[in-house]
Design a protein. Sequence first.
Length: 201
Amino acid sequence: MESAEQRTASTAQQSAEPKPQVNIENIVATVSLDQELDLNLIERVIITAEYNPEQFPGLVYRLEEPRVTALIFKSGKMVVTGAKSTRDLIEAVKKIVRNLKKHGIQIKGRPKAQIQNIVASANLGICVDLERAALTLENSMYEPEQFPGLIHRMDEPRVVLLIFGSGKMVITGAKREEEVYEAVQKIYEKLKRLRAIRPCY
């Protein structure tokens, strides 16, 4: 039977193993309303909307909660940026449509949203030997004179990771939140296998 000392040692060993931290920074999605919109009318009835067709063809509509920005085009297409989760994105799209209807803008169908890109940051909690990683990690590029991070293109899930020596990373290209977490876990295990990680002193 395991003694209290062994259990404590085992727990200490587990807690010594760093756990990668992940933050979703921005979700970019396109939304289609399948109808044309009168952007001049929207700007007149919604105070927070900005529309300067001479400078940009879309109307800029900012929401405070959730904090997102929507670029709305005459075609009924929208680009929504700034959401920190899929739930926030869905809530923002619903809120925009509700606000348009409330101000007398007729919306016939249901909005169709599609995530185009998820940008996330992560911290492995341990330092990365980028030189070693560049030599042993497939689909990677490391040119420290031009850029301090290693660029790694992962096939499954299909994302691009910018990996820095500090163990911090930027992940782009994911279409679902789960892909971000899967990619971070996968790269951490791969770097560990390649012995390309070491404690930060």
